[in-house]
Design a binder for this molecule. Sequence first.
Ligand code: ADP
Length: 400
Amino acid sequence: MKILVINSGSSSLKYQLIDMETESVLAKGNCERIGIDNSNFIYKTPAKTIEKLIDMPNHDVAVSIVLKTLTDSEVGVISSMSEIDGVGHRVVASGEAFKQPSLVTPENMVKMEEIKDLAPLHNPAAIVGVKACLAQMPNTPMVLVFDTGFHFTMPDYAYMYAIDYSHYEKYKIRRYGAHGTSHKFVAQEAAKYLQKDIESLNIITCHLGNGSSITAVKGGKCIDTSMGFTPLAGVAMGTRSGDIDYAAAEYIARKEGMDVSQMLNYLNKRSGMLGVSGVSSDFRDLDEAAKEGNYRADLALNIFAYGTKKYIGAYAAALNGVDCIVFTAGVGENDPGTRSRILANMEYLGVKLDEYKNTHCVRGAISEIQADDSAVKILVIPTNEELVIARETMVVANLA
Ligand code: ADP
């Protein structure tokens, strides 16, 4: 059983072919700069890596190059396209139109068109990706898997905003969250690792990367998450402000002569770690600059850590106690300094880090980093969003 996972961006298409018997990656890669000059094709198998410039004027061409390479007699990993049993497509935003992963059908594609503007950069790209795959593999079952899917178990008082209720009814304005496949994966991995029934666990999952979100998971189900209607909400991020007093945004816009869309661009692209530090949005650069005594880089890291700490505290209250805190994604998995800043002085909650374990995690493996006398387990778990998409595809397409 082999599942192809497709993650389409407006000018990119990431792919992974996964053998579901072993849950191992047969091949993966990226088509970059689709529709732009110098399009780049990357293809990796356990045996070799190919990277070359190929003209990819649109996603149809990109998909056909991916399929041709996967079935190539020399570098391919399958002998024909018929070996691909299903295709899972990552979709960023679902609104309330899709509360579950869903089969690609003509009706569902109409619904996809209707929710395009919930993620204007990402959702249209997903539609293009689905159509490109359908054109090449019309008889292969395909499934839409949404980043928001895991969060639909939140109770109404957690997902509703305190605004005019008619705007929820009319426009479905509410908290949807993001990174759902990642939060789901690491929560399940944590339970497996701890050899506990997930039903019995209160877990706080911290997906910390360029974009960051924190989720409270009770009995395997999301009960709250830090991102909101869009990924702009929650903790400060690489270039996003996270939560801010809207009146402050309006004040800056007025003073600097920005309209609403310019202000949103400012909050999404020019704020966060980049805005505060003036150095970079990348935590590696910030760690380096902070070590060299750069005050604003150090401040940015402290704002991020303090914001994350406050979410952990809030979710410990929402969950009525926490058994396990999980760190994942680029920063969560690889930045011991940031984990240390977040978890300092949390003994009151039963959270105590072991600094030696924290700095000696094995990359790519699950690491346990709490002190022996910590009541709460602290785990670093590599995320695998593609595998979750592939698993959901198997279930929804009845391939399991
Ligand atoms: P995205 O949200 O784009 O998926 P990732 O989860 O890939 O982000 O995380 C990317 C971020 O991870 C980078 O911006 C970088 O700040 C951070 N990162 C990656 N490796 C390290 C490292 N060794 N130390 C500190 N930060 C790291």
